[in-house]
Each structure stands twice: as structure tokens, then as C-alpha cells.
Write a protein that binds this ligand. Sequence first.
Ligand code: NAD
Length: 344
Amino acid sequence: MNKICFFDTKPYDKTYFDTLKEQYNIEIEYFEPKLGPKTAFMAKGYEAVVAFVNDNIDKETIDILHQNGTGLVAMRCAGYNNVDFKAAYHKVHVVRVPAYSPYAVAEHAMALLLTLNRKIHRAYVRTREFNFSLNGLTGFDLHGKTMGVIGTGKIGNIFINICKGFGLKVIAYDLYPDKNSDIQYVTLQELFQESDIISLHCPLSKDTFHMINEDTFALMKKGVYIINTSRGALINSEDLLDALKEEKIGGACLDVYEEETELFYEDMSDTVIRDDVLARIISMPNVIVTSHQAFLTKEALHNIAETTLSNCREYFDGNYLNNEVCYQCSKGEACLKKDGQRCF
Ligand code: NAD
């Protein structure tokens, strides 16, 4: 049996991984702390580590893992912006779960929009106190409005279909447009100018960091809604706060936040929140924040556990790693993977 260790463990992770681990002949040690330079020593003696979105897999972490004999970082998520791929090359292989349930994330994006627009969160609290007043609960019809989708990959595509079901007109921007689809692509500038609602479904990269900022807010319609279920740092949060204060933004639906690492997934209700930008954003009546939960469905958790354990099994058996990513192929450039080998 091969041994792996698991960082940033939550009860729901354990349930799904424990159900499948014997099938893959893998023993799992669960750790609560996040993986980072201060905790990487805990992986000593384990051939592989399982990590998540808010772990810090920087050069220092990778060097400690490598020195202690760990050869695989198995990301139990799709995104990998928290991995220093250059540092990992020739030291640890990195695998991920490219798709576990794009439906989960796309459906959550729409759930956030419907909740905020139709004030369901406020109505829920009111009626529980027998307050049946409708004052302040006015929304708008989605039908006929223009939805701008940035990133038309797996999640963006499903989100577009959901939007079409609501009678929204959809326009989209992608660095690599899908020429075989019937998606109406426009330039990024046109998307900012024409959309009533903008939903982000592209990865976080050097190119997309703070793509929503003071300058791009200036291009948008007054009252625009922004949905971000992708990665927090796609939006400059300080600029978002200013745009909210200036009432440029009609609503912001946020499942991710650029400084979420020390906050999201934890119960901070007894703690003084020192992040003034987040505290102020959350206090706005036209903002809804969820704690990076868009992925959280039974189907997604099952698929995450299955693919992660399968990725580890491929590594232990010396096989080609189907879901490996490196600093070359993560940018679409060729590495040894194109010859049917591991990235290095
Ligand atoms: P995907 O790789 O299938 O699609 C991403 C799309 O973005 C691709 O079509 C790509 O061409 C496009 N893209 C890349 N760079 C771009 C740029 N500079 N401008 C515009 N488009 C660009 O990925 P996916 O499975 O659809 O996931 C999208 C993102 O959702 C992930 O990167 C991840 O950050 C996020 N995500 C969030 C959660 C959550 O729980 N909130 C869960 C899973 C994924």
C-alpha cells in the first residue's frame, strides 16, 4: 500500500477519499494545516501530498518536499495558480483534477446572481421573523439582458447554456475562442461596454491578474453586475470597493476573494477581521459572498477524490501521468508530455 498525506483537510474531503482509498490501494494521513513552507516538513516519509487551492506551493515548500523524498503534488482542484511550476520542474511532478463538475461551479454562479438580484437572502431572513414587507426587494428580469462571459472553457460553456435558458443574450471573450461553437465572441472592450452582467470563468494568470480594475470598471455600464466564481485576484478588490461606493456597480457576486487564503474555509466568526477591504465589501447590501464553495456538490467531491487517487496510482505505478501539468504545458507550450511521457 502506498502512503500519501493530505493537507488542509475538511470533514467532507475525508468522507469521499476514505470511501475510495482502498480501491486504489492507498493509505492516507490527514493533516488539518495548509501546505506551505512552515508545514511542508510534515510530509516527510510520504511519497505524495494532496493539496488544495489555498495551499502555498512555493519554491521553499517544493524544496522541502523534494529533500524529504516526496515526488508528487496532487492538486485536488482544477486551478494551479498557487504552484511555483518553475521550482517544481525536475523536483516534484504536479497533477490536478482538470474537471470534476463544471456544472457545480456554473450552477453556483447562477445561484449567486439569482439570489442577489431577487434579494432571496434578505427575504429569507425577513419571513423567518414574520416580516412580510416587500420594500427594498425589487430585482430585474434577466430575460433580454446581456451577459458577458469571460472564459468559455468547461465552466463558461455550461454557464452560457444556463444563461440562454433564462433568455439572456450572451456575448463572450476568450483568448482562444471555440471556433466550432455558436458563441458570439466580441473583444474584451466590447464585452465590458455592452454587458449588463459580467461573469468570470478564465484562469488566474499573469495576463488575467486584476483584469477587472479601475480602468475596466470605467468602460462598463452603470449598474453592471459582476460574478466571480473563478479566482479572487482577477478583480482588484480595492477598485471594486471604490466602484461599489460610487454606485457604479449594481451588484457583486463573489465566491472568491484575492486575499481569501487565511480566511475562507474557516470559522472566523469570533475573530476580528483585519482585512478592511473585505469587511467593507461584505457590508454592502448589493454584495453576496460565499466562501469558495462553488465546487461543493456531492458529485464534484466524488469526482475529485476519484481523479486525485487515480492520479496518485498512476504515479506510484510509474505510468504516464494523464493530468500532469508543468511550467511549459501549463502555458500551452510543448514538453515531454507530447511524446507520451511524463513532463520531465
Ligand atoms: P477551462 O480551462 O476549461 O477554461 C478556461 C478558459 O479560459 C479557456 O477557454 C481558456 O482559453 C480561457 N482563457 C485563458 N486565458 C484567458 C484570458 N487571458 N482571457 C480570457 N480567457 C482566457 O477551465 P474551467 O474548468 O472552465 O475553470 C475555469 C476557472 O474556474 C478555473 O481556472 C478556476 O480558477 C475556476 N474554478 C473555480 C472553482 C470554485 O469552486 N469557485 C472550481 C473550479 C474552477
